[in-house]
Design a protein around this ligand. Structure first.
Ligand SMILES: Nc1ncnc2c1ncn2[C@@H]1O[C@H](COP(=O)(O)OP(=O)(O)O)[C@@H](O)[C@H]1O
Ligand SMILES: [Mg+2]
Length: 250
């Protein structure tokens, strides 16, 4: 099953072509890792999936990304809805300078939810799902900025989950974290895939090998190889993939 289909996707920033004719279906309720050397287009690809590239001047997307068989680039697409259904977590945790509670409640309030009990229930549930409730339940009204880096990143994941997305995009979510916080996020991703489709960009091949079901190798804007993670790491089809995973470049 899949709910995202990428068709003939190309991306340009001005004259520079960054993604080249990518065709790939993304499997539902699995963790897909996108790996590849720095600058190969991983973040750009992820941003295409929820139309974040539009915020970059001179960017141009060609092709389609079908979400439930509808092209998210169609003129009549509700972009707010796309970004609600396809949430994103960034490399550097970016909590708002608000309380822990208000961070998680943010999207619900924006969407017009007023029922305080309902908001509290969702805040507590998503914090619990992200393994954070135990750590913060006595200080929900204190500033999120005081949390550790790993806690901030889990808070950002909770904030993304509170508005009930179907897909979670994560762009190197652990690159600023220590090993124990990284481990917690990886554990969390595995839990999340019961309910969500997770796409994670990582330059950490060990992380992709440990945590993902499916891996895509991107090189200079082309999706070179895509498939079962174990197979890709132990028996890659393409010479380029083999060179990359054996550390010959990148
Ligand atoms: N806002 C931007 N404007 C112009 N070029 C960009 C922009 N962001 C990224 N690029 C270029 O696009 C290419 C892919 O970048 P990126 O998607 O960030 O790669 P990765 O995440 O794999 O490191 C790089 O050559 C980068 O310099
Ligand atoms: Mg990147």
């Amino acid at each position: 099953m899949n709910n995202i289909k990428i068709k003939n996707l190309s991306l340009r920033y001005g004259k520079k072509q960054v993604l080249k004719n990518i065709n790939q279906e993304i499997e539902e309720k699995k963790i897909t890792a996108i790996i590849g050397p720095s600058g190969c287009g991983k973040s750009s690809l992820l941003r295409c999936i929820n139309r974040m590239n539009e915020l970059i001047p001179e960017s141009r997307v060609d092709g389609e990304i079908l979400f439930h068989n509808k092209n998210i680039y169609d003129a009549d697409t509700d972009i707010t809805e796309v970004r609600q259904k396809i949430g994103m977590v960034f490399q550097k945790a970016n909590p708002f300078p608000k309380s822990i509670y208000d961070n998680v409640a943010y999207g619900l309030r924006i969407n017009g939810t007023k029922d305080k009990k309902k908001i509290t229930a969702i805040v507590e549930r998503t914090l619990h799902d992200c393994g954070l409730l135990k750590e913060v339940k006595d200080r929900l009204n204190t500033s999120a900025i005081q949390l550790s880096g790993g806690q901030q990143q889990r808070l950002c994941i909770a904030r993304a989950l509170a508005i009930e997305p179907e897909i979670i995009l994560m762009d190197e979510p652990c690159s600023a974290l220590d090993p124990s916080s990284t481990f917690k996020i990886e554990e969390l991703m595995v839990k999340l895939k019961e309910r969500y489709t997770v796409i994670i960009v990582t330059h950490n091949m060990q992380q992709a090998a440990r945590a993902s079901d499916i891996t895509g190798f991107l090189y200079m804007g082309e999706l070179i190889e895509y498939g079962d993670t174990n197979t890709l790491f132990t028996n890659p089809k393409e010479k380029l993939t083999e060179d990359y995973i054996s550390g010959n470049f990148g």
